[in-house]
Write a protein of this length. Structure first.
Length: 344
């Protein structure tokens, strides 16, 4: 079974082809990705209308590129998958519309996929694929969640952010420091040259006794510190960046360890763009090694939004019988769609 996946939830256009044979895990045949970062950088953030228009320009050329890399033709595709949500409504509609039109033209079924489920299952594309059950830490620009995962479509929410996500805390703090867009990676790079102990920043909800997150207060603390530094901020940016990163990472690590302790599970999956952060990986690896817990990550190139994770999630849902593809080609999108709503 060949599954073509299309991702268009925000500012990256991704297309990929995976092949599923028998009971084994599907394998990635080829993928291509186009990032809109340079286009949105001039505005300091994603402009939804521009994102939607760019997806229109990119999807079909990327599809042709993927098929050429895989040595396949569109007629060999068995299922066309697309991101149904969550994400920007206009951007989602582009991917859904193209996927359903393509499916109709080929006479092949289509399937809508949850964007966060794509991230959650993306480590199954790596050489060190996890096994069910596990705790999942989903950390991206708009989401920070801890989930108990028993199998495909079997998700229980353990904790989530009550305001800003970890990725938002990185991006907003970076903007306060005068760094470019996207801010998170820029802040992390600058943090490598700073002293993480230089500034005492809050760790919101660290001792709350639950598994929820809150990062809005940290952003406010960074703003306050920037104002205190005034004209000396340029000389202390690396230290403030390092202190900010340390605060975010400490909360993520300790909450993840608490989730493992409360569930008794011995596997942790980390997915989403923030999962590529070096400090987060290093500290999670160390904390989990002390507890005999295995940690699984996607390949670095698959941490951000991509078509491979959408194709993979679709293939795994079809293999497990959790969901069926359809051929009526009617579609809708769900800009707001909690992952735990998929629980079977």
């Amino acid at each position: 079974m060949w599954v073509l996946g299309i991702e268009s939830s925000c500012d990256e256009t991704g297309v990929a082809l995976v092949r599923a044979e028998g009971p084994g895990l599907p394998g990635l045949a080829a993928h291509a990705l186009y990032s809109q970062v340079s286009m949105h950088a001039a505005y300091g953030g994603v402009v939804p209308e521009l994102a939607s228009r760019d997806h229109i320009r990119r999807i079909l050329p990327l599809t042709g590129e993927v098929m050429a890399r895989a040595g396949c033709t569109l007629t060999q595709v068995d299922v066309v998958a697309y991101t149904r949500g969550p994400g920007l409504a206009g951007a989602l509609l582009v991917g859904a519309g193209v996927a359903c039109a393509l499916g109709a033209a080929l006479g092949k079924p289509v399937i809508g996929v949850h964007h966060l489920e794509g991230h959650l299952l993306s480590p199954f594309l790596s050489d060190d694929a996890p096994e069910f059950p596990f705790v999942a830490l989903l950390v991206s620009g708009g989401h920070t969640q801890l989930m108990r995962v028993e199998g495909v479509g079997r998700y229980a929410l353990l904790g989530e952010t009550i305001d800003d996500a970890a990725g938002e805390a990185f991006d907003k703090s970076a903007k306060l420091l005068g760094l470019g867009y996207p801010g998170g990676p820029a802040l992390s790079r600058l943090a490598q040259d700073g002293d993480a102990q230089a500034f005492k920043l809050p760790r919101p909800l660290l001792h709350s006794g639950d598994l929820d997150f809150s990062f809005a207060g940290l952003k406010t603390a960074v703003l306050t510190q920037c104002k205190k530094l005034g004209d000396t901020l340029p000389d202390r940016r690396a230290d403030l960046a390092a202190s900010t990163e340390a605060a975010i990472v400490e909360v993520l690590v300790k909450k993840s360890v608490a989730a493992l302790d409360s569930t008794g599970l011995t596997r942790l999956v980390v997915a989403g763009g923030v999962g590529a952060n070096r400090s987060l990986r290093a500290q999670l690896n160390a904390a989990c090694a002390r507890r005999g817990v295995r940690v699984h990550y996607p390949q670095l190139e698959l941490c951000t939004d991509n078509g491979a994770m959408i194709a993979m999630a679709a293939a795994m849902r079809l293999q497990s019988g959790v969901q069926q593809a359809h051929t009526d080609y009617a579609f809708d999108v769900r800009p707001r769609w909690p992952l735990h709503a998929l629980a079977s």
